[in-house]
Design a protein around this ligand. Structure first.
Ligand code: UDP
Length: 240
């Protein structure tokens, strides 16, 4: 299946994608820009599931490093992803894109719980579904949440928006000779410990044959370009 023939995708954005030039939190103008990217992608006729991290607000590992109980800190991280999801819902709806938030930690005053068949219906009706709170358990990340939702919602691919335009053999910000891969196998990513997503997320995608498309979310219009098969990206799939 080529990128241009995808019908349903899961888009994963890190919480930092909502920070803009700041060092922390949510920058409303940046959230609006990201929502515009999602809107443009949706207008190509795709069904879109969205997972947003929480690293712009709180990461469990950082809390644990400062002496907090790891599981407790992870729950705080999951709550941060709900805040990001609500900010993105608001921005999408201001752009006229109907959106539902489903959280893996039930919070019935602010969003729906994760109900797969209900999410399916939302997608069929043209709504974007934002899955918040990761997998709903500590010791995981939103990358794993993204892989899990991509599998259960039968997405054709998991698109991972980052600050670089794909996966390189070295850090392109530090090494000018770094080379970008067009395609890579899941096993190579795991063996070489390439920084695509965490290992449990990559393994879940591998076991369910979900391609991972790594691309830059920084350039305006890039998500829609990549989805039309034109933009620059690295696709991780079964073969090298
Ligand atoms: N988290 C968790 N379980 C999950 C998803 C997230 O415990 O299933 C916590 C974890 O502490 C993590 C934080 O939520 O550090 C924020 O998520 P993540 O680090 O994946 O955000 P991102 O790096 O994508 O912004």
């Amino acid at each position: 299946m080529t990128i241009a023939s995808y019908r349903r995708i899961l888009l994963k954005l890190s919480g930092e994608a909502l920070m803009g030039d700041g060092q922390y939190g949510i920058d409303p103008a940046t959230v609006t820009r990201m929502a515009g990217e999602v809107k443009a992608a949706k207008e190509t006729g795709l069904e879109i599931c969205l997972v947003i991290g929480g690293g712009n607000i709180f990461r469990g590992m950082a809390g644990a490093a400062k002496g907090m109980d790891r599981a407790q800190a992870d729950y705080m991280g999951m709550l941060a992803t709900v805040m990001n999801a609500l900010a993105m819902q608001s921005a999408l709806e201001q752009l006229g894109v109907p959106t539902r938030v489903q959280s893996a930690i039930e919070m019935d005053k602010v969003c729906e719980p994760v109900i797969r068949r209900r999410a399916q219906r939302h997608l069929e009706k043209g709504r974007v579904v934002i899955f918040a709170a990761g997998v709903g358990a500590p010791y995981f990340t939103t990358d794993s949440g993204a892989a899990l939702r991509a599998a259960e919602m039968k997405c054709d691919a998991l698109l991972k928006g980052t600050s670089v335009d794909g996966v390189y053999n070295a850090d392109p910000k530090l090494d000018p000779t770094a080379v970008r891969y067009d395609t890579l196998s899941y096993d190579r990513v795991l063996q070489d410990n390439l920084k695509v997503m965490d290992a449990s997320a990559v393994a879940l995608c591998r076991d369910n044959s979900i391609p991972i498309v790594v691309f830059s979310i920084r350039e305006q219009g890039n998500l829609a370009r990549v989805l039309s098969g034109e933009g620059t990206a690295t696709t991780v799939h079964q073969k090298d």
